[in-house]
Design a protein around this ligand. Structure first.
Ligand code: ADP
Length: 479
């Protein structure tokens, strides 16, 4: 949109005034002529004297109208003014009455100031000056053409008024310009504000539309996410159920294998006191060990599948840590075999009370201890406990073993994932121990993490809530 410039704006107003002016002038002229014709009994010669000036006015007004329509404002003003100048000149040239033949010369010049004033208001100052000059020339020259020589005092007086009219018109049009400019500045300001408001409104509307589109997109994505989550949950439950059934089916024959191989090895009286030949015994021992390994693996899988299916029941209670730690250290001593490893204990005299499932805490500690024993060839394995200020008990199991590569640190807590370093015979595993420990700790309101330096050793930390006398909150199982 365009803001009209100063000239356009002021000119528009003045053009409107001019169109009122020429209409009023024409009406007035017609009225005067009509009045003159009716009231004065004029001869044919006199009739021309009246009609000629009227014709000049009519021509001037019509020219003014056409020029206004053609948007040529200043020429229109001049057309109007010239019409009137000619009219006045004609009136000056042909005196109205035979008796008072100086009436034209003496009275008509007093009409010029009005014309100068009009021109001065409608056009810039120099036009008023020009109109004044024309008026003076006409005042002095036209009577001379009619053989009325000499300048009367009345004429000089009229010329003075003309100059005054030009001065006042200049002054007034200057002020009017000032006012118009001020009004225009305000008008511009308002227009600017309106445009800015309009732009802002457009922007708001655009962003509303954008927001609507985004909301729809988010809703669509949410729907897809819900569907995906549903499918994932279903798959997870199905996996959990499948593994639970599988493990259960496998455990029955496996228990038979372990039980019978043990009986064949250790209880010959069950077979009529017939000792097995040594070559059989070695293989049977292998069958028994492998069976136990397989059973441990299946138990781990079963635990995980129960967590997945949301069916792992925990007995959350106050746990006597002394008993648990003692048992774990005893088992770990057997796990390290004959490797030169010292097992140390870094616990306060009065062990803190924790809230959890004693069996599962023992399972977690044993997982960590057996890993430490598995991945340490010599040095120490330390088991530590300390109560922290945030109502948590911190446990750690530190070893001086092979350590864990930084890139493996996150994935070792995932199911069936193992580190990339130090794999060799005797360090085989399923990659389930840490995953189960993490799940169990989740269920008991704890956390697990590790720190390690490759080649120097690892520390596995986990936390459990301190036991307080308040009733235990029901455990919400998550994975
Ligand atoms: P795994 O049955 O393989 O031991 P875990 O889940 O218990 O399964 O451990 C995952 C992997 O984390 C291990 O295979 C090993 O690479 C790494 N890891 C765990 N504990 C230690 C440790 N104390 N020292 C070095 N590596 C460890």
């Amino acid at each position: 949109m365009n803001v009209p410039n100063k000239v356009d704006f002021a000119q528009e107003v003045r053009a409107e005034r001019l169109s009122v002016l020429w209409k009023a002038t024409l009406a007035l002229a017609v009225f005067i002529v009509w009045g003159t014709l009716i009231l004065a009994s004029l001869s044919i010669g006199n009739l021309a004297d009246v009609l000629l000036p009227l014709l000049a006015i009519v021509v001037g007004c019509i020219a003014c109208r056409s020029l206004l329509l053609a948007n040529r404002f200043s020429t229109a003003v001049w057309a109007y003014a010239v019409g009137l100048f000619v009219t006045l000149a004609l009136l000056m040239y042909t005196p109205m009455s035979q008796d008072s033949h100086t009436i034209g010369r003496d009275m008509i010049p007093f009409a010029f100031p009005l014309l100068i004033f009009i021109v001065g208001l409608l056009l810039p100052f120099r036009s008023a000056l020009f109109a004044m000059l024309i008026s003076i020339v006409l005042t002095l020259v036209v009577p001379a053409l009619g053989h009325e020589f000499g300048v009367s005092r009345v004429q000089i007086f009229a010329i003075s008024i003309m100059m005054l009219a030009a001065g006042i018109a200049a002054q007034m049009s200057g002020e009017l310009y000032g006012i118009a400019e001020w009004a225009l500045a305000n008008y511009r300001k308002e227009r600017d504000v309106a445009y800015r408001l309009y732009d802002t409104q457009q922007e708001i509307q655009m962003s509303l539309l954008r927001q609507k589109a985004l909301t729809e997109q988010v809703q669509e994505t949410n729907r897809e996410l819900d569907a995906a989550r549903g499918a994932a949950m279903e798959a997870k439950n199905f996996r959990g159920q499948f593994l639970a059934n599988m493990s259960h089916e496998l455990r029955t024959p496996l228990n038979a294998i372990i039980g019978f191989s043990e009986a064949m090895l250790n209880y010959p009286m069950m077979y009529g006191n017939q000792e097995l030949p040594p070559s059989y015994q070695q293989d049977l021992d292998q069958i028994n060990t492998s069976g136990k390994h397989l059973l441990a693996l299946i138990n781990d899988i079963l635990d995980l599948s129960k967590v997945d299916a949301g069916k792992l029941d925990l007995e959350i209670e106050q746990v006597d840590l002394e008993e648990v730690i003692h048992g774990v250290i005893a088992t770990a001593s057997g796990l390290k075999g004959d490797k030169p490893i010292k097992i140390r204990r870094d616990t306060p005299d009065a062990l803190p009370l924790v809230r959890g499932d004693a069996l599962r805490i023992r399972q977690i500690m044993l997982n960590l201890m057996s890993n430490a024993a598995k991945f340490t060839d010599e040095g120490t394995i330390t088991i530590g406990v300390r109560e922290q200020e945030n109502n948590e008990v911190l446990f750690w199991i530190a070893d001086t073993g092979i350590g864990i590569a930084p890139q493996d640190m996150d994935k070792i807590f995932e199911e069936f994932r193992q580190g990339t370093t130090g794999r060799r015979k005797g360090r085989a595993g399923s990659g389930l121990g840490l995953a189960i420990s993490r799940q169990l700790l989740n269920l008991m309101g704890g956390r697990i993490w590790a720190e390690s330096t490759l080649g120097k050793g690892s520390i596995f930390y986990f936390t459990l809530p301190v036991y307080t006398a308040e009733p235990a909150e029901p455990v919400e199982q998550g994975s």
